[in-house]
Design a binder for this molecule. Sequence first.
Ligand code: CUA
Length: 348
Amino acid sequence: MLRKHHYRYGTFLLLLITTACTAVSISPSRMPSALHPQGPGAARLAELWWVMLAFGTLAYLIVLALLFAALLRRRRATNLTEPEESHGGDTGRSWVIWGGIVLPLVLIGIAFGYSIYTQAVIDNQTEERTFKIEIFGRRWWWEVRYLDHGFSTANEIHIPVGVPVEIWLQSADVIHSFWVPEIHGKMDLVPTRINKITVQADNPGTYRGECAEFCGLQHAHMGFMVVAESEADFNAWVSTQQQPAPEPTDEAAVAGQQVFFSAGCVYCHQIRGLNDKAVDRSAVDLGPDLTHISSRLTIASGSLTNNRGNLAGWISDSQHIKPGNQMPNIYLNSDDLQNLLAYLETLR
Ligand code: CUA
């Protein structure tokens, strides 16, 4: 009696979990979902996901139906007569062969073939790539180099809508994985090699990306933003990013620029136009390029909204926000901190 109940509860629980998982995965949410594709690569993968779900569901239902059929048959057999010895012979064997070997092979084979096909389609996009972006995964942020445009930025990638863009992925330390669920599938960043993917966004918007490979203490705080915008907006953004930083004119910002030198920020962070060549950064693990930091949506690799308060908190106590990150806490007096913030705000 107890065992029968267990079976019933088990099946019920399984159904409940399956339903709950499906509900969660298709409910609209502000978190990026691979099931709300905004680009051709992600659309292919979402299609594959639904095909796999359909096959999985079909196999699950078939197995459930057979299970119930077997249970009913067994009950009938115990109630009425003893099952015949010979009953399990040829029929039993053919059930095992067709239901246990052939059917799973066919279902898994189709799903496998379809996933290979999807991979091939995504990898061999025939459209001309317009330009190239080089991305370095670092613990724990993303260095973004626009090779064809001649500037670097961090944790924020701008692309024009409807245009394929080639991305070269490399790692400066350990294995990371580049993933923008709404735009494209995952691709690893492996030390000593270059992995290439071509991404495209069909609709304008800001899409969140994540590191999808465990890479140490702050793996979970290694986010970034992909901003897909019109050709005109993209070109405007590029020409702004290409400019070197302006010389500060405001009194506080002028003083803040001096703090940038005296507090040692300059040894890890580049600000183009600010005495670049006088500083040797080859010996240190680089921090993000700050030439246009105020134009970015987030700081600390997608962890915080970019505003004055968060920036102050980050500079003063980055080890509290992202323990283990390469940036030490910078102990500044209040005037120096405010001046430094005033200077950073001029870097638009
Ligand atoms: Cu980088 Cu996980």
